[in-house]
Design a protein around this ligand. Structure first.
Ligand code: FE2
Length: 594
C-alpha cells in the first residue's frame, strides 16, 4: 500500500489520506475547530485523518503539502475580517498594503512583481521549515515531505476525480503561488502545462472585491453574490469591463489595481445610488462570459472535449453551467471540494502519481463518493441525546419514517454515516424538507439565522433527473455533488418551486443507490408517497457555523435552530412545537399520490 498524507495549511486548511491513488479520508480544519473556513496549520485534521484511515505516521510514504509559497500560520485564524483586512501579522499586511498601493505601477515597471515575490522568499522558506518541524516534532513523521504547486494540486483533484482519460484541465481561483489560473492538457495521464494567469490578473479577486463592496465577507460570501445576481440587471458592465477582461486566451486586469486599491477604484467608478443586485448581476455576467471564453479558447486550441475544473471560482455553479453549455464541450467535471478545501487531496494525488508512476490513475476515479469524514456509533449518538436531556426513540424503518415526516411538512435534520468532504452537505449532514413551498427559503433561513440569496438545492433521484433538468448530457457525474446548475423542466418548476431559482435554474444533487443507499431510500419513499422525485437539501448548520460533524453539534444545532425533527442514525427526536407548527401550515402540504 502506497500512502500519502496531503495537507493544505492556508485558506480552508485540511488534510487527506490517499492510499494507492484513492482518497480514503479527508476533512477540513473548520469542521473540527468549529470556525467556518478556518485558515492555518491543520493539526486537528492531520490527527483525525490518520486516525480515520488507521494509519500511523511510520506507515506514510510521503507527505504532500499544497502550495510552494505562502507564510506559516501556526495558529488557525478566521477569515471573518475578509481577505482585504485579515490580520495575518504585521509583515504580511505591510506587503499586501504596499503591493496594493503600488499595483498601478505594475505594467510600467515590470520588475516590481518579481521583486515583490523575491522579497517574500525568506517568508516562504520559513514556512516550509516550520511545516517540516511541526510534522516531525508533533506527529513523529519521518517520511519525505514535499511541497507541490497550488494550481497543479487543484488540477490533480479535478483530473483524477473526473475519471477522464483525456481532458482540458482548468483551475480558476483568486490566488495561489502567484497565479489565479492554470490550463493543462492531459492525455492518458500525460500532463502538459499550457498557460498560467498571474494573481494580479485575477477574476476571482475581482469577484471578491465586489463581494466586499456589497457588504459581505470577501473570500467567504461569494455564493451570496451569485444568488443575488438573479435579482438584478448587469447595469454596470461598462464599468466592470474597465477592470477585468478576457483577452486572447487569458484574463487581464485592465483596471491595474489589486486588493484594497481595486476596492477604492471600483467604488469610485460606481454611480452614487448603485444597487447591490445590479452590481452582483454585472460581476456574475462578466465572470460567466470571461470563464467560458477562456475555456473555449483552450478547447479550440487543443481539440479536447472533456473539461475538468477546480479552484474557488468554480464554486460558482452558474459559471460551470455556462462552460458546460459551450458547443465544444462533451463533459464537465468539477471536483466536489473545488476550492482550497480540496487542495490536501489534490496534493496527495499529485505526489502519488509522481512517486509511483506505475500506478495507473487516469481513466478511473480517485473516489466513489465524498463521505470521507468521521462517523459515530449508535452508542455515541444515544449518549449525546441523553446528556442533552432530549427525549428520543429508535425508529423501526428510519428511511420510511423520515420520508413520511418530510411529506407531512416536517423540517428534518438528518445525520447519518460519514461526514461529507467539501462545502456541500449531501444527505449525511443535511436539513431536509418538502420541495413545493417557495416561502421555505425565507422562513427556514430565518430560523437558521442565515442570509442566503441562493435558493435551497434539490436532491433528486438520479433515475428521474431527465424529468427535472434540461441539458444533463455529460454532467451526470458532477451533478452528484451540487456543483453545477441546470435549467429546470416545466414539471420541476411546477412541483418543486422551493428549489428553483427565479432564473429557472436549480443546482441538484442526483442521488443513486450506490452513492448513498440510506439517503436514496428516503427520496424513493418520498416519491412513493407524493409522486415527486426531489426533496429540499440544505446543509445542517446554523448561523455561519460550519456543517455539524459530531452528534453533540447536531443536537445543539437542532435545538438552536428550532428544527422540527432530528433523525440521527437510527434515533428520532421531535421538537415539542413541531406538530402544532406543521398543523398550522398544513394547507401548504404537498399533495400525496397514495
Ligand atoms: Fe486555490
Amino acid at each position: 500500500m502506497f500512502r500519502v498524507l496531503g495537507i493544505s495549511d492556508h485558506f480552508i486548511s485540511g488534510a487527506a489520506v490517499v492510499e494507492d491513488g484513492r482518497i480514503t479520508t479527508a476533512i477540513n480544519e473548520e469542521r473540527l475547530a468549529r470556525k467556518k473556513m478556518l485558515m492555518g496549520f491543520p493539526r486537528q485534521s492531520i490527527a483525525k485523518v490518520l486516525e480515520l484511515a488507521s494509519v500511523n505516521s511510520e506507515d506514510l510514504d510521503y507527505v504532500a503539502v499544497a502550495s510552494e509559497w505562502g507564510h506559516f500560520l501556526n495558529k488557525p485564524v478566521e477569515v471573518d475580517a475578509g481577505v482585504f483586512a485579515i490580520d495575518e501579522g504585521f509583515i504580511k499586511n505591510l506587503f499586501f498594503s504596499v503591493g496594493s498601493k503600488l499595483s498601478f505601477l505594475r505594467s510600467k515597471v515590470p520588475i516590481l512583481e518579481p521583486l515583490y515575490y523575491q522579497l517574500r522568499q525568506p517568508v516562504f522558506a520559513r514556512r516550509r521549515n516550520q511545516v517540516r518541524k511541526v510534522l516531525r516534532d508533533e506527529f513523529g513523521i519521518r517520511c519525505p515531505i514535499e511541497f507541490v504547486s497550488h494550481h497543479h494540486a487543484h488540477a490533480a483533484s479535478a483530473y483524477y476525480g473526473s475519471g477522464f482519460d483525456d481532458a482540458l484541465v482548468a483551475t480558476l481561483d483568486a490566488s495561489g503561488d502567484g497565479h489565479s489560473s492554470h490550463i493543462y492538457e492531459v492525455n492518458n495521464g500525460e500532463w502538459k502545462h499550457l498557460h498560467s494567469v498571474p494573481s494580479f490578473d485575477s477574476l476571482g479577486s475581482y469577484y471578491a472585491t465586489v463581494t466586499h463592496i456589497c457588504g459581505f465577507t470577501a473570500g467567504k460570501h461569494e455564493g451570496k453574490i451569485t444568488g443575488l445576481a438573479a435579482y438584478g440587471k448587469p447595469a454596470y458592465r461598462d464599468i466592470i469591463d474597465r477592470f477585468i477582461r478576457y483577452q486572447e486566451g487569458t484574463m487581464v486586469n485592465v483596471g491595474n489595481a489589486f486588493r484594497a486599491a481595486a476596492v477604492h477604484k471600483l467604488e469610485a467608478a460606481l454611480p452614487k445610488n448603485w444597487s447591490k443586485e445590479d452590481l452582483a448581476s454585472t460581476i456574475q455576467q462578466a465572470s460567466e462570459e470571461i470563464c467560458s471564453k477562456y475555456v473555449e479558447y483552450w478547447l479550440k486550441k487543443t481539440g479536447q472535449r472533456n473539461v475538468a475544473l477546480a479552484g474557488g471560482v468554480v464554486a460558482n455553479v452558474r459559471i460551470n453551467q455556462h462552460i458546460h453549455e459551450l458547443p465544444e464541450v462533451d463533459s464537465v467535471f468539477v471536483f466536489p471540494a473545488m476550492a482550497d478545501e480540496g487542495l490536501a487531496a489534490g496534493a496527495a494525488l499529485l505526489l502519488t502519481v509522481e512517486k509511483q508512476p506505475e500506478n495507473r490513475m487516469h481513466g478511473k476515479k480517485c473516489f466513489d463518493h465524498v463521505y470521507l469524514g468521521p462517523e459515530f456509533s449508535d452508542r455515541e449518538v444515544a449518549d449525546a441525546l441523553e446528556s442533552a436531556g432530549i427525549e428520543f426513540r429508535e425508529m423501526d424503518q428510519p428511511e420510511t419514517e423520515i420520508a413520511r415526516l418530510i411529506s407531512e411538512g416536517y423540517v428534518v435534520a438528518r445525520v447519518n454515516g460519514r461526514m461529507e468532504y467539501g462545502p456541500r452537505a449531501l444527505g449525511n449532514r443535511s436539513i431536509l424538507y418538502r420541495p413545493d413551498d417557495p416561502s421555505v427559503n425565507n422562513w427556514l433561513n430565518d430560523r437558521l439565522k442565515r442570509t442566503e440569496f441562493m435558493p435551497f438545492a434539490p436532491s433528486t433521484l438520479a433515475e428521474d433527473a431527465h424529468r427535472s433538468y434540461l441539458g444533463l448530457r455529460g454532467c451526470n457525474d458532477t451533478a452528484r455533488f451540487m456543483t453545477i446548475t441546470f435549467d429546470c423542466t416545466e414539471e420541476m418548476k411546477k412541483t418543486c418551486s422551493g428549489v428553483v431559482h427565479i432564473d429557472g435554474t436549480a443546482r441538484p444533487q442526483l442521488v443513486s443507490e450506490a452513492d448513498n443507499p440510506s439517503y436514496y431510500r428516503i427520496i424513493k419513499e418520498f416519491k412513493r408517497l407524493t409522486g415527486v422525485s426531489s426533496i429540499v437539501n440544505t446543509s445542517f448548520n446554523i448561523h455561519e457555523e460550519p456543517i455539524v460533524c459530531t452528534p453533540q453539534e447536531a443536537v445543539r444545532a437542532f435545538q438552536d435552530g428550532h428544527l422540527d425533527v432530528l433523525a440521527i442514525g437510527p434515533f428520532l427526536a421531535k421538537n415539542a412545537e413541531a406538530d402544532s407548527r406543521v398543523r398550522a401550515t398544513s394547507n401548504r402540504k404537498i399533495k400525496t399520490s397514495s
